[in-house]
Design a protein around this ligand. Structure first.
Ligand SMILES: [Fe+2]
Length: 245
């Protein structure tokens, strides 16, 4: 384990803004769990999805201040940043430009979610649009969508276009079943994965096991590869140019 610790770039720890942490006590529990897992940098990614999670960005930012305070109380080396898990829509570009939703830690990276049954053409078109707009799309948990799950060639096309791929820690360690774990291993072996997130929502069921996933990845695919996914690629997000238009 690096002394600087690992990153979690996908989690729902901001209280009262989506279906993640319900209050600041739950946020504190999740932060402590993350710290125990070896996480020292967190990008909090509340959902934005029309007709489901539409918390205004001002409110999200206000609630995020509570997360910053809670993290500082746990340890000075626990750093938190704000992002968003943005469910794909035709309004993405104007919303990003008008700063109605957050990019990842104020960078050009956008954590982009699709529906389980989104079609290849639609995913391809939305990723192209984000790239043309100067953004760096990270496709959230690619093991969940039919289009990416049944066809790794399609995933490779997206990567060749310039998109980044994220999988969940629980999928790596087998909490989401044998076939999901096998899919993730294959995608990692082919070099198609760039990021891992815990996607934790609460301290009871959808918890963080990202440290376990880091160790398992290091054991199976080597320490350097694990460090790339859990430390170095996430560092690139923080180093990325500020989100300016
Ligand atoms: Fe999520």
């Amino acid at each position: 384990m690096s002394e600087k610790g690992i990153f979690d770039i996908h989690c729902h720890i901001v209280p009262g803004v989506d279906d993640g942490a319900t209050d600041i006590e739950e946020t504190r529990k999740l932060l402590r769990m993350e710290y125990k897992q070896g996480v020292r940098n967190i990008i909090a990614t509340p959902h934005f999805r029309f007709r489901m999670f539409e918390t205004p960005v001002e409110k999200v930012k206000e609630q995020f201040k509570l997360v910053e305070k809670a993290a500082a109380e746990i340890s000075p080396d626990l750093h938190v940043y704000l992002g968003c898990e943005f469910h794909s829509t035709m309004e993405m570009l104007p919303m990003l430009r008008e700063k109605k939703v957050m990019t990842m830690a104020d960078s050009r990276y956008v954590l982009t979610e699709f529906s389980h049954n989104s079609e290849e053409n639609y995913i391809h078109e939305r990723i192209s649009a984000l790239l043309s707009g100067g953004y760096k799309p990270i496709v959230a948990h690619i093991e969940r969508y039919e289009a990416t799950r049944i066809n790794l060639d399609f995933v490779e096309d997206l990567v060749n276009m310039g998109a980044y791929m994220q999988i969940n820690a629980d999928s790596i360690i087998g909490k989401d079943g044998f076939f999901t774990r096998r899919y993730c291993n294959k995608a990692m072996k082919y070099g198609l994965i760039h990021f891992v997130g815990s996607d934790c929502h609460n301290s009871t069921q959808r918890i963080t096991r990202i440290g376990e996933a880091y160790k398992m990845t290091a054991k199976k695919l080597g320490q350097d590869y694990a460090d790339e996914l859990f430390i170095h690629n996430p560092e690139e997000i923080l180093k990325n140019k500020p989100h300016v238009d």
